[in-house]
Write a new protein. Structure first.
Length: 435
């Protein structure tokens, strides 16, 4: 992943140094278990931990060996033997490369999931704070990007909160799904290694033993993990697109924070562009793109092939690093979002009362007018507002058919904004559970 869209803590999970350290821990924990059941000397397991644990593994040296062996795990084991010495012959007893590679990948993915969950937690905190801040800030709700009926900006943020709460639950489930370990040997039969070794390694690494591995951990688990990242990325984009629309010059109900010294355009000094949320839209496309090859990895040949390997070397780091960056960026956008209630009110009133049309329609039907006639009466007055810039309330009061059914007082009563926000507390209680 390019540094521009990377954060150090997530990048570190995928560094060669981290990968080789995890490989060592897998091998060393396996040696502990092998020693405990009497397959190798306990002194050898101790030596492996002491010398390997203190080793400063050289990425360059491993790469040099791999140029000859054409096998990354063998290259690592050869380099490890240079530190451990004679007892290195007990390392990797009964194991196969996938035991190391797959278990390591799942360790990395669980660690990545922890960071992503933390990223969602920060975003949820920001959304909750801003939602309560604007709980009663009335704004226009839009359908098809056209004025519909009033809502509040707090409710807009509340539904984003609810969505990311679901994202968090999905990430927790994806972490649970991927947190398995396989130390089962060639074709997964445990022929040359005791299942107790797998159980020991899994516990030591905070994983669960894979119930049945075919020399590799089944890739439906990984498909689910990366698909979940794609769904989370889509939620990131949904909120980002909302901000982008609200920042349009003709709308300007909210906008990204514009820092001192920031420039919006090389040509037009007046520009304040939604560059962060536009960037998030692009990043979301990339995270979703990584889900498809993960799904295509599920169908491996027989007990194992390595068609998945090259894919995972790329999508593992790229998807998690990209989403981690996106979540942090979105949290910053929400935390610093500039909100303009005056513009919300101005936009709400732009079409001079049209947003109350449904209340008038319902009142007519409840007064005994057919729905078809009610719709006709309301629409003919609404179109004068659209086409001639008339005032909706004034047109209704001038319409003898409408006044005859409802009367002036009831018509005016239908233009109360508070009617549309009377259940905001109920919505907040459902979403946040603490009000």
């Amino acid at each position: 992943m390019i540094p521009r869209y990377s954060r150090p803590e997530m990048v570190a999970i995928w560094s060669p140094e981290t990968r080789f350290r995890i490989w060592f821990e897998i091998e060393a924990h396996a040696c502990d278990a092998l020693a405990e059941i009497g397959v190798i000397p306990k002194s050898a397991a101790k030596t492996i931990w002491e010398r390997g644990g203190a080793a400063d593994f050289s990425v360059d040296r491993i790469d040099e060996i791999e140029q000859v062996t054409k096998h990354d795990v063998i290259a690592f084991l050869t380099h490890l033997a240079e530190f451990v010495g004679e007892d290195s012959r007990f390392i990797h007893q009964g194991m196969t490369s996938s035991d190391v590679l797959d278990t390591c990948l799942n360790v990395q993915l669980t660690r990545a999931a922890d960071l992503l969950i933390a990223g969602v937690d920060r975003l949820l905190a920001a959304l909750k704070t801003r939602a309560y801040e604007h709980k009663d800030t009335i704004t226009i709700g839009r359908s098809h990007a056209i004025h519909a009926e009033p809502t509040t900006f707090g409710v807009k943020l509340a539904y984003a909160y609810a969505e990311f709460a679901r994202c968090r639950a999905r990430l927790v489930a994806a972490r649970e799904e991927i947190a398995t370990c396989a130390i089962s040997g060639a074709v997964g039969t445990f022929a040359n290694i005791d299942p107790r070794v797998e159980e020991h390694v899994a516990k030591a690494l905070g994983l669960k033993p894979e119930p049945v591995s075919t020399q590799v951990i089944p890739r439906d688990r990984h498909a689910m993990f990366f698909a979940t990242l794609g769904v989370v990325a889509s939620s990131v984009e949904r909120l980002a697109v909302e901000v982008r629309h609200l920042q349009r010059t003709e709308v300007l109900e909210a906008e990204e924070y514009f820092s001192p010294g920031q420039k919006g355009s090389s040509a037009m000094p007046h520009k304040r562009n939604p560059v962060l949320t536009e960037n998030l839209t692009g990043l979301a496309r990339m995270v979703r793109a990584y889900a498809m090859p993960a799904m295509e990895n599920v169908a491996l040949w027989h007990e194992r092939d390595i068609s998945h390997s090259s894919v995972e070397r790329m999508i593992g780091p790229d998807a998690t690093i990209t989403l981690d960056f996106a979540l942090a960026r979105l949290a910053t956008v929400v935390e610093k979002l500039l909100v303009y209630p005056e513009n919300m009110e101005k936009n709400l009133n732009r079409f001079r009362g049209l947003v109350h049309s449904q209340r008038v329609l319902l009142a007519l039907t409840q007064a005994g007018v057919s729905r078809e006639d009610s719709y006709r009466l309301v629409q003919r007055n609404a179109m004068k507002v659209w086409e001639q810039g008339k005032d909706f309330l004034e047109e209704l009061l001038a319409d003898e058919e409408v006044v005859k059914v409802l009367g002036e007082e009831q018509i005016r009563e239908k233009f109360d904004l508070g009617y549309h926000t009377k259940h905001v507390d109920t919505i907040f209680a459902r979403v946040f559970g603490d009000s």
